[in-house]
Design a protein around this ligand. Structure first.
Ligand code: NDP
Ligand code: GDR
Length: 371
């Protein structure tokens, strides 16, 4: 019998990679997607199966983490062996503007899933994976951060995820459930949401190189992150649920890099060398050399500027994960390093915007003003 998985947040970056992985492993996958006024399945369209056919392995259900009865019904109907709770309002900066909703979806939403499993008498059958985060560490207590490092959340998002973390531990201990946290450090990909810093940079680099954008406005260039590839990280999620014992794991590369360096690496991918001048909000990045004849950028052109709008009221300055436990107990090892990740993301966005350039030249280009 094929295993059945239920994936919340199936339309997100991780949902797309995880669904692909689970289908390849022979699972039947049920995904929960939110109703939206526009199509929101772009990341999983390549996995579409016609629901009118027989033997459909991948099915979508409308749902929302803020709606208990909906979650209970879907879990009852699908009787999953594994639930991957990936749905969340996942943008740290936006959580300062929507703190109550973030608490509801990211914090109480986790409780709703666990409680649904309990109410339906599925505690022995259904394993639950909770998408916990390195944002729990927040204000630096120690580096590198491991499963034993104390938490100090620094945003409404992180505080909501702290509740999600502990309620998962509590249901494991109180009801003997296989309920576990993956404490994942930042992971990126060509499917990364456009407003997270890495994708904002790789999209900006592609558009600047192609003459579709003037400069990129960023916030804190000093922040340091331990960036991995989402494809590697969803593999870890699956491994965590295949263990004998339910335990929490840190998933990270163990290498940290400042945002400024990510910017430099991304521009290098298109043959543009940058130098940074000035400090704090007056810092700018200017073109030092342009080695790719395809992209004609003037030396001295300002392509990076700081906009304080992107500063956070409280910032997480430094994250470095210690993946020793995942390496030794799960046998998990990432295949991508940062250079390979940046290369893939920039190449993807250059291709994407070459298509957009073609549209522009044919008179079809509409600039997205709100990105
Ligand atoms: P994304 O933002 O790409 O995806 C989030 C998903 O959750 C989307 O499918 C979104 O739907 C859905 N969603 C949001 N709110 C609700 C809701 N109220 N009810 C149902 N679905 C909802 O995030 P990622 O894929 O990057 O991350 C997956 C999970 O892992 C998240 O919980 C995130 O907080 C966590 N995480 C991510 C890390 C990372 O670096 N990527 C690191 C550590 C943890 P829609 O498409 O309609 O917006
Ligand atoms: P993060 O990711 O907050 O770590 O959360 P994000 O890419 O948004 O920020 C990383 C760092 O870059 C700095 N930064 C900017 N960030 C954004 N978004 N836009 C900018 O213009 C900008 N300029 C500088 C930020 O201040 C920050 O220090 C991500 C999400 O996926 C969470 O859901 C997840 O839990 C954590 O990673 C681990």
């Amino acid at each position: 019998m094929a295993k059945v998985a239920l994936v919340t947040g199936v339309t997100g970056q991780d949902g797309a990679y995880l669904t692909d992985l689970l289908l390849k492993k022979g699972y039947i996958v049920h995904g929960i997607k939110r109703r939206s006024s526009l199509f929101n399945t772009e990341r999983i369209d390549h996995l579409y199966q016609d629901p009118h056919e027989s033997n459909v392995q991948f099915k979508l259900h409308y749902g929302d983490l803020t709606d208990s009865t909906n979650l209970i019904r879907i879990i009852q109907e699908t009787q999953p062996d594994e639930i991957y709770n990936l749905a969340a309002m996942s943008h740290v900066h936006v959580s300062f503007e929507t703190p109550e909703y973030t608490a509801n979806a990211d914090g109480i939403g986790t409780l709703r899933i666990l409680e649904a499993v309990r109410l339906l008498g599925l505690t022995k059958k259904t394993k639950v994976y909770q998408a916990s985060t390195s944002e729990l560490y927040g204000l630096v207590q120690e580096v590198p951060q491991s499963e034993r490092t104390p938490f100090y959340p620094r945003s409404p998002y992180a505080v909501a995820k702290l509740y999600g973390y502990w309620i998962t531990v509590n249901y494991r201990e109180a009801y003997n459930m296989f309920a576990v946290n993956g404490i994942l450090f930042n992971h990126e990909s060509p499917l990364r949401g456009e407003t997270f810093v890495t994708r904002k940079i790789t999209r900006g680099v592609a558009k600047i190189a192609l003459g579709l954008q003037d400069k990129i406005f960023l916030g804190n260039l000093d922040a340091q992150r331990d960036w991995g590839h989402a494809k590697d990280y969803v593999e870890a999620m699956w491994l965590i649920l295949q263990q004998e014992k339910p335990e929490d794991y840190v998933i990270a590369t163990g290498v940290t890099t400042p945002v400024r360096e990510f910017v430099r690496m991304a521009f290098n991918e298109v043959g543009i060398e940058l130098e940074f001048k000035g400090k704090d909000e007056n810092e700018v990045g200017v073109v030092k050399a342009c080695k790719n004849p395809e992209f004609k950028l003037a030396i001295g052109k300002e392509v990076i500027a700081v906009d304080k709008r992107y500063y956070r009221p409280t910032e997480v300055e430094l994250l470095i994960g210690d993946p020793t436990k995942a390496q030794t107990q799960l046998g998990w090892k990432p295949k991508y390093d940062l250079a390979a990740l940046v290369e893939e993301m920039v190449a993807n966005d250059v291709e994407l915007f070459k298509k957009e350039q073609l549209l522009k030249e044919s008179g079809y280009y509409v600039r997205n003003q709100f990105e």
